[in-house]
Design a protein around this ligand. Structure first.
Ligand SMILES: NC(=O)C1=CN([C@@H]2O[C@H](COP(=O)(O)OP(=O)(O)OC[C@H]3O[C@@H](n4cnc5c(N)ncnc54)[C@H](O)[C@@H]3O)[C@@H](O)[C@H]2O)C=CC1
Ligand SMILES: O=C(O)[C@H]1O[C@H](OP(=O)(O)OP(=O)(O)OC[C@H]2O[C@@H](n3ccc(=O)[nH]c3=O)[C@H](O)[C@@H]2O)[C@H](O)[C@@H](O)[C@@H]1O
Length: 432
């Protein structure tokens, strides 16, 4: 099948590559000329494990192409995916200018029946808006389908190739058949394609992200209680996670959730609630608690250094909002670094993949190190903000010599509390 994907970021590039991998002919369109030039020259523009192999294979076999021209990109496409940004607008609601802008442009370009698919995370009612914008200028029949994406960064290819479920919102029988054919190879393992109406599909996406953000936040609050009551959040996690109704995943306490989606989607759902005069109280708490949680280790660091962080050097391990990605959007590390700088501390940072992106924001206000031990060399304390595998079993003997105060502030609960204290470290973690 000929497919076009408009927007070649995290979702668009993974979507396009994975559909090419199952034998479709895919053209990805992006307005970012530099990005498209890179992709055309065979360079993957995001860090995503497993993507490069598929990307190279499908380019070599002529199934994956890139262009900046919407008209060329959608030529003969049976399905057009919109994988465009939906960033928060000034009031926190999802800004639909990219999605609706492309919808305006698509109308006159459609030559035959086409299925237009919203893959972006969009508020309820967007499929109707996209339909109206296209219909205003289209001369052919078309359907607009909602097909939210549930992939996680860092495991995006795996999530896309083996989804827990595929949600498709459409009331058109014709569009349903097209989507069913497209997704058949992805649900062979028995995971379902769940068909529903467009509005329910749109809300399913926000419900999933908001629920997961709430689950994490609940555990962070339990962790905060553990600290006050002398309990261990890891034990609580195991104790409740074994209950199937609760589930083992997404129960890890830490310095809050970040990323390009949880923060913006929780906010957008709260805004949607406001628009229909519904007081969605739990979401407000989730946002407030998460904001506080991000810098929850700072007061402990202040106390440790007797309220004087001025001139202290803090090594920061991990800048990305989570491991296995170079994405730093809403990363708790950044909030901590900015707070540390404001308190007069110096920061030496290391991240396996995200340093280039942070340089773009923080410039030379912090020192970027070539490895984790260059960051800890001569530091007064270590702050761990992202649980990259390489931080899990470090050379503790080396750290004991390098870190002047022997203090480790661990925002991701990487080490066993007793073991690390027995090694002579002063160890602070979350909820333990
Ligand atoms: N990043 C993620 O893990 C996930 C993101 N989503 C949702 O998917 C959507 C896209 O997110 P990302 O891929 O992360 O965004 P992104 O920012 O990485 O990529 C968006 C791309 O669209 C391009 N673009 C902007 N305007 C354009 C236009 N008029 N024509 C063609 N290209 C244009 C940009 O240049 C950029 O390359 C958002 O709604 C997001 O909430 C959903 C699930 C997972
Ligand atoms: O809509 C999206 O963009 C995506 O958002 C999340 O994926 P992602 O943001 O890539 O990463 P997650 O693995 O969900 O982690 C999000 C944040 O939660 C934090 N987290 C996660 C799990 C946990 O137990 N504890 C915890 O603090 C992570 O450190 C990270 O900062 C969802 O998991 C995806 O299903 C969804 O498609």
């Amino acid at each position: 099948m000929k497919i076009a994907v408009i927007g070649t970021g995290y979702v668009g590039l993974v979507t396009g590559t994975c559909f090419a991998e199952t034998g479709n002919n895919v053209t990805c369109v992006d307005i970012d000329v530099k990005k498209v030039e890179k992709l055309q020259s065979g360079v993957v523009t995001i860090y995503e494990p497993g993507l490069e192999v598929l990307f190279e294979r499908n380019i070599a076999q002529g199934r994956l192409k890139f262009t900046t021209s919407l008209e060329d990109g959608i030529k003969d496409a049976k399905i057009i995916f919109l994988a465009l940004p939906t960033p928060p607008g000034e009031d926190g609601s999802a800004d639909l200018k990219y999605v609706l802008g492309v919808a305006d442009d698509l109308g006159p370009l459609l030559k035959d029946y086409t299925v237009i698919v919203d893959k972006s995370t969009v508020p309820v009612g967007t499929a109707e808006k996209v339909h109206a914008r296209i219909a205003a200028r289209a001369k052919v029949d078309f359907d607009v389908v909602s097909n939210p994406e549930f992939l996680r960064e860092g495991v995006a290819v795996e999530d896309f190739m083996k989804p827990d479920r595929v949600v498709i919102g459409t009331q058109s029988e014709k569009a349903r058949r097209v989507m069913e054919t497209l997704y058949a190879p992805f649900v062979r393992q028995g995971n379902p394609i769940i068909f529903m109406d467009e509005r329910s599909a749109e809300l399913t996406k926000y419900a999933a992200n908001a629920f997961l953000a709430t689950k994490i936040t609940f555990m962070n609050e339990i962790a905060n209680m553990c600290e006050r009551l002398g309990a261990d959040v890891d034990m609580i996690r195991k104790g409740i996670g074994t209950d199937d109704r609760i589930g083992k995943r997404f129960l890890f306490a830490g310095i809050g959730y970040g990323g390009s989606c949880f923060p913006k989607d929780v906010q957008a759902l709260a805004k949607s609630a406001e628009e229909v005069n519904y007081d969605f109280q739990i979401l407000k708490s989730v946002m407030n608690v998460n904001q506080l949680q991000k810098t929850t280790l700072i007061p402990r660091m202040k106390e440790f250094f007797k309220n004087d962080l001025k001139g202290k050097t803090i090594a920061v391990w991990g800048l990305a909002f989570k491991p296995n990605t170079d994405d730093i959007r809403e990363a708790p590390a950044l909030e901590n670094i900015q707070t540390l700088l404001a308190l007069g501390a110096k920061v030496k940072a290391y991240d396996p993949e995200a340093m280039e992106n942070v340089k773009g924001i923080l410039g030379n206000t912090i020192e970027f190190c070539t490895d984790q031990y260059e960051a800890t060399e001569g530091a007064d304390a270590l702050l761990i903000a992202t649980e990259w595998p390489v931080f899990r079993t470090p050379d503790f003997d080396k750290l004991a010599v390098q870190i002047k105060s022997k203090a480790i502030f661990d925002g991701r609960n990487l080490y066993d509390v007793k073991t690390i204290r027995d090694l002579g470290f002063v160890y602070f973690s979350i909820g333990r």
